[in-house]
Design a binder for this molecule. Structure first.
Ligand SMILES: NC(=O)c1ccc[n+]([C@@H]2O[C@H](COP(=O)([O-])OP(=O)(O)OC[C@H]3O[C@@H](n4cnc5c(N)ncnc54)[C@H](OP(=O)(O)O)[C@@H]3O)[C@@H](O)[C@H]2O)c1
Length: 335
């Protein structure tokens, strides 16, 4: 028997902003799992900004997506047929064969996750890669000290919303965020407990941030003008965790760098980039701490959920323009 299914392929490499024409939905059939394999019905797919970089044919920390092949990305799903006695039918697995309704996984390609206490989609967000990114940034890359002021850009997104709240839980006295709409600003200062936030469309970021300066730590999801503003707002010995630069992901020309780099010297700043996958040794500590924050209600989580495989591409395109609050996921099936 074989299972009919659909998957999304990269049809062409986007130049600048991606469009629907860069993607194609393909109908196919998957064989039954052989020994050591499992067939998974995906319930949630993750769409993430880093996927835009993998659509370019350039060397990076992950290889580019292949043309005319299914895209990849984080997903969770239910095992519906198993040739692996360690992974029974009914188990929920986290894996990287996203952007498709079903996935045939070999041993080791999926990790069984506990969905008794947390919803499966949490493993794509706060208990998964984005949550871990926030944790690594604030504990290892630019560790927050008791009483400090922390600025987080992309504050209403998956990583930023976790980072701002974790900063407070790690001892920050003041947490400031920036986001792309008044609704997002209200959410982070309301439900998430940020002390202050601004909409970066309301003026030059340097001026908007000045009101909340000086800062000790900057968690950078955005790059560009935000990074320049943070360099200007730092105290001496300030630290930045450079996590992402989404303001430039669709640029067709290299964007100008911060014009105030000389301040890095005068203020003795440390600006350090990182990739979460290099810090797997922190996983157990992260899961323990964040599970505790979740069960105590100290960490507030929100998802923007789109329904069905046909929504995967629109969800990704919208993510790049700020169409999400919290983690953007696509639900394919009931859990
Ligand atoms: N280093 C790592 O290992 C690692 C791991 C995961 C993620 N990241 C990076 O972390 C950042 C956040 O990722 P995420 O998954 O949490 O995505 P996200 O923040 O949930 O979604 C992306 C957000 O970026 C904002 N944005 C888009 N264009 C912008 C611009 N020009 N200026 C300012 N904000 C803009 C939008 O929100 P607004 O409405 O606020 O504009 C959008 O909602 C990304 O840069 C990503 O690449 C890095």
């Amino acid at each position: 028997m074989s299972t009919p299914t659909r998957e999304i392929h990269l049809a062409s490499r986007p130049f600048g902003w991606p469009t629907h024409d860069d993607f194609r939905t393909v109908e196919t059939k998957l064989p039954d799992p052989g020994p050591g394999e499992v067939l998974v019905r995906n319930t949630f797919l993750s769409v993430d900004p880093y996927m835009r970089g993998r659509m370019n044919d350039t060397r990076s920390y992950v290889p580019p997506f292949r043309l005319d092949a299914p895209l990849e990305g984080g997903a969770v799903g239910e095992v519906i047929a198993s040739g692996d006695e360690q992974v029974p039918v009914g188990a929920t697995v986290l894996h990287q064969a996203g952007w498709r309704e079903h996935a045939l996984l070999k041993t080791g390609q999926g990790r069984v996750v506990d969905v008794e206490r947390v919803p499966a989609s949490a493993y794509l967000g706060v208990l998964g890669m984005p949550g871990m990114t926030a944790y690594v940034g604030l504990t290892r890359i630019a560790p927050v000290q008791e009483g400090e002021t922390v600025f987080v850009s992309g504050a209403a997104g998956a990583v930023g919303s976790a980072a701002g709240q974790m900063a407070r839980l790690l001892g920050a006295a003041k947490v400031v965020g920036s986001a792309g709409s008044p609704e997002k600003v209200a959410w982070v200062t309301g439900d998430l407990g940020f002390d202050a936030a601004f909409d970066y469309h309301d003026g030059p970021v340097g001026q908007l941030l000045k009101e909340h300066a000086p800062i000790d730590v900057y968690f950078d999801n955005v790059g560009g003008e935000h990074l320049e503003a943070a360099i200007g707002a730092f105290k001496e010995h300030g630290r930045a965790a450079l996590c992402g630069a989404i303001s430039a992901y669709n640029a067709v020309e290299p964007p100008p760098g911060p014009r105030n780099m000389f301040l890095i010297v005068g203020k003795r700043l440390s600006l350090r980039g990182f990739i979460v996958s290099d810090h797997g040794d922190l996983r157990d500590e992260f899961v323990e701490k964040v599970s505790g924050f979740l069960s105590s209600g100290e960490l507030v989580v929100r998802e923007t959920v789109r329904e069905g495989l046909e929504e995967a591409v629109p969800a990704f395109l919208d993510l790049l323009r700020g169409g999400n609050t919290g983690k953007m996921v696509v639900r394919l099936a009931e859990e």
